[in-house]
Unconditional design. Structure first.
Length: 196
């Protein structure tokens, strides 16, 4: 079983407002991303909230997701990843970390990553565009304990660096895997690129 963890707990300070709740394609950024995951090969989705947690949970009401609260969300994204990992059921064998501010990710990419995870027999799958590694990241649930203890200084990049022989690089058809939204200009770009 592949489970998705969506870190969506930050304060969005560079955006000036909670970016997860910004309008996107007739919905919100976070609801759009969750809907993409729910239509994909992912079997369970966990959204990690912190700042404006109730508003994000409300934006996702009616969707088959689990809400996980990260009380230490100011510690950074890895703290949200760790909170999500703690909430996963034992039967989860693969974990997809899908950024909450990457709305151009398509279900086809998620499905391709899930297939590569099963077929390649590698324990880490990362999409690549233009020679650069991006997100989302899919890895074996075997790494949960390691991530809980390590990589506080470098984040999940540390996992890839520590296990280079376990990494499968999946060629992505779009540079969406390299783009996220930190400020209003990023938000405008993502909306325009989605409609292009």
């Amino acid at each position: 079983m592949i489970c998705a963890v969506v870190p969506a707990a930050g304060r969005s300070q560079r955006m000036g407002k909670q970016k997860m709740l910004l309008p996107f394609r007739g919905s919100t950024v976070i609801a759009h991303i969750v809907d993409t995951l729910l239509s994909s090969a992912v079997e369970r989705t966990y959204v990690v909230v912190g700042y404006r947690a109730e508003d994000i949970a409300l934006a996702l009401s009616g969707r088959a997701v689990s809400i996980v609260t990260n009380s230490d969300f100011d510690a950074g994204m890895l703290s949200s990843v760790r909170s999500g990992l703690q909430a996963l059921p034992r039967e989860c064998t693969g974990v997809l970390i899908a950024l909450g501010d990457q709305p151009r990710i398509r279900k086809e990419l998620v499905n391709d990553m899930a297939q590569a995870f099963l077929v390649s027999r590698r324990r880490i799958v990362v999409p690549v565009a233009g020679g650069q590694r991006g997100h989302p990241l899919l890895f074996s649930a075997e790494y949960r304990a390691e991530i809980a203890q390590c990589y506080g200084d470098v984040g999940l990049r540390g996992l890839l660096l520590a296990h280079p022989d376990d990494v499968f690089e999946l060629a992505a058809s779009s540079d969406a895997v390299l783009s996220d939204m930190d400020d209003p200009e990023d938000y405008r770009r993502e909306r325009e690129a989605f409609d292009a």
